[in-house]
Write a protein that binds this ligand. Sequence first.
Ligand code: HXC
Length: 291
Amino acid sequence: MFKEGLLKGKRILITGGGTGLGKEIASRYLQLGAEVWIAGRRGAVLDSCSNELTEKYGGTVKTHPVDIRDAQAVDAMVQRIWDEAGPLTGLVNNAAGNFISPTKDLTPNGFNAIANIVFHGSFYVTHAVGKRWIEGKHKGSVISILVTWVHTGSPYVVPSAMSKAGLHVMTKSLAVEWGRYGIRLNAIAPGPFPTEGASKRLRPDGSFEDGASRNPMRRIGDMPELQNLATFLMADGCEWLTGETIAVDGAGYLANGGSFAELDKLTDADWDQMRAKIKAQNDKDRAGRSA
Ligand code: HXC
């Protein structure tokens, strides 16, 4: 779909770039000639992703272990990139956290676990990169990976829906405030593109494919569709496109509204099982983190 070398000369940071959608986007950017930086909490996962992608496509994938909930660590990461490689040309706010839970059962810590990653963390990264762009008079492009719940809300994932709605508004606000610096901000709201991180926490019973039958196009997302949109928004040639959140979901949210309303039928015992499965995935991931 895109010409070879389309992203040559671009230097792009992708948070949560070692797994899931972030890794898929990193892979396409690298293929098209960008220098890619991936950040995430698990150093070993980042390194193995970097090795895998550079073996396949050549080029450069640099890694930086970071927890984006830590504003100082975020600033140090961005400074390291500027010092070692020069200014970024693009940022993808992809890192996220989420799990399904009845909202009445959330503790403040549970709410914060998600809001601190999605809402606060994505702001810290955008701010650390944006202020350097403005100071150095560089143009830049930010893409935030959101979800169609920013339009509809969604039950059982309230901290995520609230946090992502905040980033939707950040996208619009900063598109205006930073437009005069040549900095643009857009967002992608994907429908279901199943990845391990999302499936294990949002559909721990394995029911992700069910959404396909209710989608107007009768299917879930095909990963290149997301990669292509992320490439289009990052490439030169559409600089006037800013402040937009673009859904790529086969018109799923227009037809069905938010996800998860069907979880109303779960019993307390079902929820106990869901929580145990999500906990097992969280424990597995945590074992791979150094901090
Ligand atoms: C209720 C839960 C819970 C659950 C955790 N908590 N899981 N509460 N139900 N199933 C609570 C804990 O009890 C604790 O509160 C608090 O959350 C913090 O838990 P930790 O496990 O210590 O947190 P941490 O290790 O920091 O992990 C953060 C995380 C985890 C968000 C909980 O899931 C994570 O790291 N996720 C990253 C990857 C991810 O989630 N990917 C999916 C993204 S999908 P207490 O009070 O007990 O201390 C997405 C949108 C997809 O974003 C859209 C698809 C259409």
